[in-house]
Design a protein around this ligand. Structure first.
Ligand code: URA
Length: 288
């Protein structure tokens, strides 16, 4: 008899390590997996596993979120044929695919077909963009969170609601700005993106900026600012200052003004005064 508090503690532990989303249609019995080595040691004829009908079906031999570094899936089926690419191969493949895109539609199609970032396997949706593609102002966040992953749109959760209110204060909304993220797929449990994930996806964002051709870029938060500007300083040093962003497909350098991420402002409401100052600085130079 399992104690209900044990079940709750196990659930709590899963949430704490970032497993807060069901990504398969069928539940997996991890106790069976723990029992697997015993099968190898068991005498012929004896099996520590229940009959095949009671077991979950083996994972298909396609790229799997559960494929380990050894190249074996958790059921022992080799998945080496279709493992995620290494970071530099993934970046090169992304660059080639993104460069071929001649329109936003082509870019979105290429991104959805791209398998070089393992986050795609655990995300529910590819989050491409929202807002007006003809806008002068392009905002770039970090990565989708839970709500964005569910709805397939950037900044639709609580931090998105705050972002909408901030924009409204300076006469902007989603018909006058364009919004995307450094990563199009949610990192499990909203953990910070790794450098390998960023490197794999960045060529798509760079092409995205070229195709939109905004007049100004606004990175939201440290990950976005550091990635776009290729700088090491934190967001508190970068925010509110003007920088240049250059890309071969742009006619010239674009002005960039990093701002604090709305999720940070929710945790540190006192910092809203800095965000307000930065929005006014943006509107002074780009009154619309
Ligand atoms: N945070 C981000 O950086 N981007 C989103 O789309 C949502 C939350």
């Amino acid at each position: 008899m399992i104690d209900q508090s044990d079940i709750l503690a196990a659930l709590r532990w899963h949430v704490d390590i970032g497993c807060d989303e069901a990504i398969g249609d069928e539940p997996l019995d991890w106790a069976l997996l723990a029992a697997r080595p015993a099968v190898a040691r068991a005498p012929a004829g004896a099996s520590a596993l229940p009959p095949a009908a009671a077991r979950p079906a083996p994972a298909p031999a396609s790229r799997s979120a559960f494929g380990g570094p050894s190249g074996a899936s958790m059921f022992g089926a080799p998945v080496t044929a279709d493992l995620p690419l290494g970071a530099s191969e993934a970046g090169a493949s992304a660059r080639a695919r993104a460069a071929e895109a001649r329109s936003l539609e082509e870019l979105e199609t290429a991104l959805r077909a791209f398998d070089g970032c393992p986050l795609k396997a655990t995300a529910m949706n590819t989050v491409f963009a929202d807002g007006n593609p003809a806008a002068d102002i392009m905002l770039i966040g970090e990565a989708p969170g839970e709500d964005e992953d569910r709805q397939g749109k950037p900044f639709v959760g609580v931090s998105g609601k705050l972002l909408d209110r901030m924009l409204a204060q300076v006469g902007l909304d989603r018909s006058t700005v364009y919004i995307s993220n450094i990563l199009p797929w949610r990192p499990p449990g909203n953990r910070s993106p790794t450098q390998a994930e960023i490197a794999a996806c960045l060529p798509f964002l760079e092409r995205h900026v070229e195709l939109i051709g905004p007049k100004v870029l606004v990175p939201l938060g440290g990950t976005s600012a550091k990635t776009l500007l290729n700088r090491a300083e934190g967001i508190t040093r970068l925010r509110g200052r003007w920088f240049d962003y250059a890309s071969p497909g742009l006619p010239g350098p674009l002005p960039v003004i990093p701002m604090l991420h709305p999720a940070y402002l929710l945790r540190n409401p006192i910092a809203k005064r800095e965000a307000w100052r930065d929005l006014l600085t943006l509107r002074q130079r780009f009154p619309g």
